[in-house]
Design a protein. Structure first.
Length: 282
């Protein structure tokens, strides 16, 4: 009996500790904002301040103050005709982006596995997150690879094959706008040192179809990447093969490059991208 009581007591302590740990990271005003957003639905697309207060159990003045902040950030819109509030278009864009990323990962998974089987090297899927590369998926090869890549991690664009592959889909002025606040930090002696060097590299990438990270972010590591486009011809991500320089030698880069480009084109076609659009763009 005493052992059962001790076990029960231990569980209670663990539960209290977990609750305390999770509460540490809670910010009440964000919790309340989430409550307000959650009060909208298909049956309640527009709500007044009083209705929101009743649904969330928030005081009317508190609900109104949070609504003003949400409206300022385009997360909530007010109908000028009846004064009621509805979800803002920014939430639609954010939701669409999240769903697109999830769908992209699901669609690409079998392709990533296939490339890994063909090359026996690590394969990545990434998207552009403002001026950073965001890893969306990773399939590790059977060989050990000393590369700190992980799903959810962000890395620079200008010195990675994934980043340069995606940047190559923009014109020079758009690239300058994307990198306007980013310092081109030299990770290795091979890292591009100026924006003009990067723009020259991007022109070569557009011609051959794939980007190369030639030990630009880490000595001893090479990567080859190509962009993915959706049904409208818009770049939505990139895939890459990463390997130690000893295994991914210079003569082998073009072979891997053709494979990565062909796979990226297959994925693009799966997303509805047609070669006619590509030909027209060129």
């Amino acid at each position: 009996m005493r052992r059962a009581q001790n076990t029960s007591g231990s569980r209670a302590v663990v539960a209290r500790t977990q609750a305390s740990s999770s509460n540490r990271y809670r910010i009440h005003v964000i919790d309340r904002a989430a409550q307000i957003l959650d009060s909208f639905g298909f049956e309640h697309q527009e709500l007044s301040v009083s209705e929101i207060g009743a649904k969330t159990h928030l005081h009317r003045s508190t609900a109104h103050r949070i609504l003003m902040a949400l409206e300022y950030n385009d997360l909530i819109q007010q109908n000028p005709e009846n004064g009621k509030y509805r979800l803002g278009i920014k939430l639609f864009r954010l939701g669409h982006q999240a769903v697109s990323h999830l769908n992209l990962r699901e669609i690409c998974r079998s392709f990533l596995n296939r490339v890994m089987e063909e090359t026996k090297e690590t394969v990545h899927l990434a998207v552009l997150d403002e001026d950073q590369v965001l890893y969306l998926d990773k399939v590790e090869g059977p060989h050990a690879l000393r590369m700190p890549s992980r799903v959810g991690r962000r890395i620079p664009t200008y010195c990675t094959s994934l980043g340069k592959a995606m940047l190559s889909c923009f014109d020079d002025q758009e690239v300058k706008n994307i990198l306007r606040v980013q310092v081109l930090r030299p990770y290795t002696a091979n890292t591009v040192k100026t924006l003009n060097q990067l723009l020259t590299d991007l022109r070569m990438i557009r011609k051959r179809g794939y980007a190369v990270d030639n030990e630009e972010i880490e000595i001893g590591l090479r990567c080859v990447g190509a962009p993915i486009k959706d049904y409208s011809g818009i770049m939505v991500g990139a895939i890459s093969v990463a390997a130690p320089s000893a295994r991914l030698s210079s003569p082998k880069i073009s072979t891997i490059g053709r494979l990565v480009v062909a796979t990226a084109e297959e994925i693009s076609e799966k997303l509805g991208y047609e070669k006619a659009i590509k030909a027209k763009a060129q």
